[in-house]
Design a protein. Structure first.
Length: 674
């Protein structure tokens, strides 16, 4: 490995991020001044400055990554989050494994998203471009300011250490290699629609143009945020050792709340595009989504919430509070100023209509969002007002938020059956008849199989009905094409290709249904058992019998491992051997980790944890879970993401336009059409 002192990576990285900040300041001021004064050359200079800032932020990011690769422990941040025994995959995990590196990563992604947006076709919405550039430069510049002057990831140590402190063992999991980047891609991606919205208000171009320009960016960001939430749930399931995947943790909720708000926006934009309504609402939803991103980032990085996911308390809290207040108050003031320009072209004519269904859908999303927001921040409010922190746990969220999400899934089924302007009750009832009868049959079957809990029956009925209605809608489109002579495979491909947005949405709905069924099964019918076993003893849980087959001790490169070998049978047949373990990491001050061992099956998971153990008697305490249908949680999330990507994917005509425009812009040095 190269000597750390011969690599000037800290100097290169710091200079690059400082110059990127300077270019962002010029881009923010120059673009806004150019737009306000109708000075195209200044607008162009601001745009080019933002593209330069993106390149410099990339250089800073590459410098930090290379410092991890070569093991430059003279850089304090590299020393804190890596060592010579860190596996290659987790070297890069260390980049976002701490406060300073994750903020630089945030800055780089924001700059990259902005550059990608600046290279898109700017034709009908060219008037938005300078204001868009200014807003993106302002947001990117704030994060670059933090890493340049407050929490510099390139600070050097005064004494060169021979070894690093190492990455937190909890972060050494494949999910954590991809979970934070996916979340950050979602967070930074949601800044792009916000910038379009602010540009529309500032330029007084408040028609549906900004919606059409930003919708796909929101879909992409929503997809990444969904992937991030899914990977975070899987990491919690595989590493944290409590048998679940979602605990309503404050940091989990901080990522979940922008997801809720952006979901509401993605539904309501369809009304503005189709009927010219909901203009104020859509602006408010974009502002709310961006505000929740910034507020969530502030809460998790300022040490205000207690969570295994949160960063330690740091000096950035005051800066974040000022920036958050500026952006929220400034956005709301601008929205209030432009209210006369946001008059709707039409109103909801009847509650039983597509518009009425979308409005009800959005109100339910806002109810769920408020429930999550209040439960997340109530401990903080309580501490401020009473100097006592009151904890709000999963029982609150399960009782308050989950019923609202159940109603959203039910409305998800009914909404597509209604027509625009005014629905026909008889037609809706006719379309609901067959899936309704099938749902009753499914509920009766479940009751006969032993599912007697009312909550479970209602939940499974809602999910079944929503899934059947969605599949029936897809089948109706397929049947129409097949009547025209197309075979089933051709009809399926052309149906989805010709209307990717609509049928991509249906695929998302199917993913939500699968997810809902998985949540119901794993939450309501989870089995849990604690038992101490001597060698040779067995314990039964559900259809499984586990037999203590001995303790195993071994030495890792920087840890000591004790595992319990368990022979597992199901209904009397040997099926697998599991080895839940405890691992103590010496380089992290003997930090212990409890690593579960899981037997994954489509119908249920067997989840095992090693508790205390006695080396002399070889006895060990086990914590066991059986999680029914939990696999549907992961399958549902994968289907949801696939549907989102389908809905966001441009069709052939759009792709050709994008390719032609991108080549033209690159040939012109990033200059859009004048």
């Amino acid at each position: 490995m190269a000597e750390a002192s011969v690599w000037p990576l800290a100097e290169i990285g710091y200079l690059a991020q400082a110059l990127a900040l300077a270019f962002c300041v010029f881009a923010a001021i120059g673009s806004a001044a150019g737009a306000a004064g109708h000075r195209p050359r200044l607008e162009l200079a601001g745009r080019r400055a933002m593209l330069a800032a993106s390149g410099l932020a990339t250089l800073a990011m590459l410098s930090l990554m290379l410092a991890f690769v070569v093991g430059d422990f003279s850089i304090k941040f590299v020393w804190q989050t890596s060592n010579t025994t860190t596996p290659a995959l987790y070297l890069f995990t260390g980049v976002w494994g701490g406060q300073a590196g994750s903020l630089l990563f945030w800055s780089w992604l924001m700059a990259a998203f902005t550059a990608a947006a600046l290279l898109r076709p700017w034709r009908a919405d060219l008037a938005l471009l300078p204001w868009f550039t200014s807003v993106c430069a302002l947001v990117t510049g704030f994060f670059l300011f933090l890493v340049t002057f407050v929490v510099n990831p390139f600070d050097r140590l005064t004494v060169l250490p021979l070894e690093g402190n190492g990455l937190n063992p909890l972060l050494q999991h494949p999910g954590m290699a991809f979970h934070p980047p996916a979340l950050y891609l979602g967070f930074t991606g949601m800044t792009i629609p916000y910038a379009f919205a602010m540009a529309a208000l500032l330029s007084r171009r408040t028609d549906a143009g900004w919606i059409q320009a930003s919708r796909r960016w929101m879909l992409i960001a929503w997809a990444f945020l969904s992937i991030g939430l899914a990977l975070g749930g899987r990491w919690a399931y595989d590493v944290l050792g409590w048998g679940g995947y979602w605990g309503w943790d404050p940091v989990e909720n901080a990522a979940f709340m922008p997801w809720i708000a952006s979901t509401a926006f993605l539904h309501s934009v369809m009304i503005q595009e189709r009927r010219g309504s909901f203009k104020v609402w859509n602006m408010a939803m974009v502002i709310l989504t961006f505000s929740l991103v910034i507020v969530g980032t502030f809460l998790t990085r300022a040490g205000l919430v207690s969570s295994v996911h949160a960063f330690a308390e740091s000096d950035i809290g005051g800066w974040f509070l000022g920036f958050t207040s500026l952006m929220i108050l400034g956005s709301l003031a601008l929205l209030w100023w432009r209210l006369p320009d946001l008059r709707s072209d039409s109103r909801i004519e009847h509650p039983i209509s597509r518009e009425g269904a979308f409005m009800a859908n959005n109100l339910l999303f806002m109810g769920a969002l408020f429930a999550v927001f209040w439960g997340t921040l109530f401990p903080l409010f309580s501490e401020i007002l009473t100097e006592q922190r009151v904890s709000v746990g999963p029982p609150y969220f399960n009782k308050v938020a989950m019923p609202i999400f159940g109603l959203i899934v039910l409305l998800m089924a009914v909404g597509p059956l209604t027509g625009w302007r005014r629905g026909e009750p008889r037609r809706i009832a006719r379309l609901m008849l067959r899936p309704g009868v099938a749902t009753l049959f499914i509920v009766a079957l479940l009751f006969g199989l032993g599912v007697h809990r009312i909550v479970a029956l209602v939940g499974f009925a809602i999910c079944s009905f929503a899934g059947l209605v969605t599949l029936l809608e897809i089948w109706r489109g397929l049947a129409a094409r097949m009547r025209g002579g197309e075979p089933l495979p051709t009809a399926l491909v052309r149906l989805f290709a010709r209307n990717r947005r609509r049928y991509g949405g249906y695929v998302v709905h199917i993913g939500i249904v699968l997810l809902g069924i998985g949540v119901l099964g794993s939450h309501l019918y989870q089995l849990e058992l604690d038992r101490t076993l001597a060698p040779g003893e067995s314990v039964d849980i559900g259809p499984f019998r586990l037999t203590h087959a001995g303790l195993i001790s071994q030495q890792g490169p920087d840890s000591e491992i004790v595992a319990l070998r368990l022979d597992v049978t199901q209904d009397g047949r040997p099926v697998t051997t599991l080895e839940p373990r405890k691992e103590v990491f010496r380089l992290r001050e003997d930090q212990p980790m409890t690593i579960p061992a899981v037997y994954h099956r489509p119908a249920r998971d067997l989840y095992t944890l090693l508790g205390s153990f006695d080396g002399e008697s070889q006895s060990a305490t086990l914590k066991l879970y059986v999680n029914p249908l939990v696999a549907l949680v992961w399958y549902g999330l994968m289907v949801l993401v696939a549907g989102t990507l389908l809905a966001a994917w441009p069709d052939g005509a759009e792709a050709r336009v994008l390719d032609t425009e991108l080549k033209r812009l690159l040939a012109a040095g990033g200059v859009a059409a004048d």
